[in-house]
Design a protein around this ligand. Sequence first.
Ligand code: 9MR
Length: 500
Amino acid sequence: MTSYSAWPPARTLRLAASLSLLAQLFACSDGSSPASPSEPIEDGTYFVRDGDGRAVILRGMNIMSSAKGHPERLPDLQAEDVERYARLWGFNVVRYLIFWDAVEPSPGEYDDAYFDKTEERLDWFADNGVHVILDMHQDVYAARFCCDGAPEWAIEDDDLPFDQNPVWSLNYFAPAVMAAFDNFFEYPGEHSDLQDHFADAWAAVAERFKDHPAVLGYDILNEPSPGSVYDARDITVTLPDGAAADFDRTLFTDFYRRMIASIRAVDEDGWIFYEPRVAAPANGQPSFILELEDPREGEPRLVYAPHLYSVQFEFNQAYDPSSDVTLANWEANRNVETSLQNAPLLLGEWGFDPNWPNAELFMRELLDMGDRMMLGWTYWSYDPGGWGIWERDEQGQFVERENADQLVRPYPQRVAGVPRSFSYNPDTRRFSLAFDPSPSATLPTEVYVPASRHYPDGWSLRGCEEASGCSWTWDANLDILQVLTPNQTARVELTITPGG
Ligand code: 9MR
């Protein structure tokens, strides 16, 4: 274990200077909306793109579970945590948890104090060049039912019984919780006001934060449950003509269309992230959400943001690669769904206890898959201990855990063109990236290379030859390799290997 208890904030200024670029990256110099299409490539892969048209690969964590039980719904986080997050781990995005019960404690009244405190934290991310996805989090509908999410006044449970199950996620099957979701999703219905309020709450959040330099976009609703049609059997096999599939195609798709319209009415430019229903798709099963369209002018900015949790792995607390098909199913189904949706993919949550047998193998296979699919991800979660990559020592100081070395690895943060593939082999420490450069790109391709962590004896770069017009610079403070490929049309194939 490595101790970083005395992590110096000395680089804050440099970071802030080089990464105050962040604000500009998603805006044009004239302040108009950037021409940043999530432009397709022939094989149907889409990317979030920045204001210079570069493909952005988002990697980071969820911050944080501790906010759920906090009286003000705030994460146990300080400015120096955010600096370390960006610097020590090279993360460029955070999925930041917000809660409907904090946003709208009474019907139609939004809590400015909560918005102010949220903004203070968003500033820390902006100062460190970290993009923020605001995630309207819920678990089991609301705090009343064990967890977090909706305000008390927005619970319509038809007075059905609720007996708390000690396994939090099994509370989704309680009659009262099922009714609460049914009443939320039924639209038009007796309780249509719930969704209307939720749509207005999103509009209020977007209105307040759309111009914040850190805010990349909005994750509409965490792990939505299909209510009374939530069937545990779907977790292993979801039938395309079953009740969950029907929910996806009707009430759920309509819900997303309504929320997208509400956000777009106030923010034309933020990226909107949407998730499949809870559990089954995260376990690799299909989702049946119909194609969603972005009403904004120009290229769509919708991102499909499913989670990945192997129920088998969690249930057995051990990964059995010979029988656990979660990863293979997940990859196959997500490929089908993203080509239907024509949307980039972000794996919004994944995580597990590093002490479970074969956890390291599962993580390796998942990370390889993530690179193969060229997707962004946000690990669950930034909280200390448990599934996290750090903990507190007896003095309460930050101590990194061993799994950090696996999670933190080279990846292309921005690609000035169309990424074709990238991969990293933790055994040989060979990283490779292939892309077709964009002739109009003015800013460099940027690769995060955790030099001291993975290349203590230095590294060398191949594939960037002066003769072909390629040049590169290394920012040792940020661990960022910048590669410029002006006027280059041939495919660029970069490799990084250990040794100077
Ligand atoms: O890891 C979280 C656990 O400690 C909480 O008890 C639980 C209920 O609040 O939530 C867990 O986090 C979940 C997240 O909120 C939603 N996706 C799955 C996460 C891991 O189970």
